[in-house]
Design a protein around this ligand. Sequence first.
Ligand code: HEC
Length: 131
Amino acid sequence: MFYVERGLVIVSVKRVCILFVVLCLSVFVAGCGSEKAERDSEAILQKAQALTPADAKLAEVYERSCVSCHAVADTSAPLTGDRESWAPRMAQGMDTLVDHVIEGYGGMPPLGLCMECEPDQFQALIEFMGQ
Ligand code: HEC
C-alpha cells in the first residue's frame, strides 16, 4: 500500500512537471506570436512613413494633411500602403470614400484637414494610400 501511494505521488509529480513544461512552451510560443505581430506592424508603419505620392502637388498636399494621421501609429486611421486595412474600405467604392473624406468620417475631420483639396485630388490620394 505504501509503495502504491508513493507511486501515485511520483506519477502526480511527473504530471505537474509535464504540465509545467507544456505551460512554459505555450507561453513561449504565444510570446513569439505577439513579437512577430509587433514586427509586422512596425514594418507596415515604416512602409507608410516611406511612401510619398509621385506627383509633386499631390505630395505637398499629402505631407500637409493626410500623413499626420495615415502614417502615424495608433491613430486608428488605415496606414498608407497597408493594403489589408484598406481592402474593406476600398470595397465601399471610390465615390463613398471621397464623400467620407469630404464630410469627415469617424476620427477623421472633414476634408481630412485639406481645406483647398478638390474631389479628384482626394481620389488620387485615396488611390495612393490604398496601393
Ligand atoms: C486628423 C487625422 C486624419 C487626417 C488628417 C486624415 N485622416 Fe483619413 N482617416 C482618419 C481616421 C481616424 C480614419 C478612420 C476612420 C474610421 O474608420 O472611423 C480615416 C479614414 C480615411 C478613409 C477611409 C474612410 C472609409 O470610408 O473607410 C479615407 C478614404 C481617408 N481617411 C482619406 C484621407 C485623406 C485623402 C486625407 C488627406 C486629405 C486624410 N484621410 C486625412 C484620420 C485622418
